[in-house]
Design a protein around this ligand. Structure first.
Ligand SMILES: [Mg+2]
Length: 407
């Protein structure tokens, strides 16, 4: 492994003109035309615009009326957020094939920390190229990628490569940084930019001639981090948001459960539900979390990371039951139980076709074991919890965090 591979482990991925690109993808007659997605012409602003529209000077956040002045023949579309969220989930699922270290910034933008994936998938630049190709092939969308040793540089790099670009920040990054206008620096907004200009500072080189204290004097507390950023130093980690890559299910009971048999039956139902959703997405999970809320509303969670990602209800059930042992569920009335799975990855990741048969055989053995377990729990255990008309009163189910969405 080269030094470069070790250093360059952070990707910033950003779909190009996301909303407008989805509209152009789904309506071929819009391709090659200036498409503006936004609110009403009278009061709305531009949410997104195709690159054809950008040629006319149209930009995000511009009033729609102004956009129409610049390009009277622009095609206007109202945003279809539900669709964009759905497509975003599909895109993030592609990202998730290469790492679970994902920090979504929005529906169309994320940081990935792939330093733990290099041995499996090659260098960071190869991973970025694979993701770009898979998103293009499978979803007909282009994503620009920046590859660097930290978030600040990676974000600058993806913008540098846009549209449909892949840019690797060279090491050392000084020449790249010095080539950028101040307005391109992430975190330097228009107000700071103007303020710096008033002090005669118009380039990164100008800023780098200042000491840290001088920079703080000019831009305030932010000068401290700016001093380091313009030298390519950024120690902020990629922050994986809980819930953004998880599948969960929980049940609240109208009357607290005390009977261990009843708790096990609920766990079986939950395990089957999350396993079904997991397998529907072609995923496997490396973490299983159990949530227990007692009758007095106090809540505990227990989590286990497993060495081999799981995708069967039986395996998930086994982990959940062992986690249940680590709670006071046996001695205290239980009001709610929940199972959620995280550290999701492609079920077949790292497994060649050779293992396909073995996997199928293992799966049918597991299904058989589950059948006998259902018999042990009695007829009611066979039914899915949502279909169960439990006279003891189950108030219904609630889905936990969905997989792969941005904020
Ligand atoms: Mg974008």
């Amino acid at each position: 492994m080269t030094g470069q591979a070790v250093n360059n482990g952070i990707l910033h991925l950003d779909l190009d003109a996301f909303y407008a690109s989805v509209e152009q993808r789904d309506q071929p007659q819009l391709r090659g035309r200036p498409v503006v997605v936004g609110g009403s012409v009278n009061r709305g602003v531009v949410c997104a615009c195709s690159y054809e529209a950008r040629h006319y000077g149209i930009r995000s956040a511009m009033p729609m009326a102004r956009a129409l002045q610049l390009c009277p023949h622009a095609v206007l579309r109202t945003p279809r957020m539900k669709l964009y969220r759905q497509v975003s989930r599909e895109v993030f699922r592609v990202f998730g094939r290469y790492t679970d270290r994902i920090e979504p910034l929005s529906l169309d933008e994320a940081f990935l920390d792939v330093r733990g994936s290099l041995r499996l998938f090659g260098e960071a630049v190869d991973i970025a190229a694979k993701i770009r190709k898979e998103v293009r092939d499978e979803l007909q969308l282009t994503v620009s990628a920046g590859v660097a040793r930290n978030k600040f540089l990676a974000k600058l790099a993806s913008a540098h490569g846009k549209p449909d670009g892949l840019y690797v920040v060279p090491e050392p990054p000084d020449a790249f940084l010095l080539s950028l206008p101040l307005s391109r620096l992430w975190g330097v907004g228009p107000v700071t930019c103007r303020h710096l200009q008033e002090h005669g500072l118009t380039s990164v080189a100008d800023l780098r001639r200042l000491g840290e204290a001088e920079l703080v004097q000019i831009v305030g507390a932010a000068g401290k981090s700016l001093y380091h950023l313009i030298r390519g130093e950024d120690s902020r980690p990629v922050e994986v948001r809980a819930g953004c890559q998880s599948i969960g299910h929980e049940e609240t009971f109208d009357r607290d459960l005390r009977n261990p048999q009843a708790l096990h039956r609920v766990l079986l139902g939950l395990a089957e539900k999350v396993a079904a959703r997991l397998r529907a997405g072609g995923m496997a999970a490396a973490s299983v979390q159990l949530k227990v809320r007692y009758g007095d509303f106090s809540t505990v969670t227990r989590i286990r990371r497993v060495p081999e990602p799981l995708d069967s209800a039986l395996e998930i059930l086994q982990v959940a039951e062992s986690l249940l042992q680590r709670t006071e569920a046996a001695g205290r009335p239980v009001r709610l139980l929940g199972i959620s799975l995280s550290h999701l990855q492609d079920a077949l990741k790292g497994q060649g076709d050779l293992f396909g048969q073995e996997r199928k055989a293992r799966q049918s053995a597991l299904d058989g074991a589950l059948d006998s377990l259902r018999q042990r729990f009695g007829e009611r255990g066979v039914q899915r919890a949502t279909l169960m008309a439990d006279p003891k009163g189950r108030s219904g189910t609630k889905a936990g965090g969905d997989d792969g969405d941005g904020p």
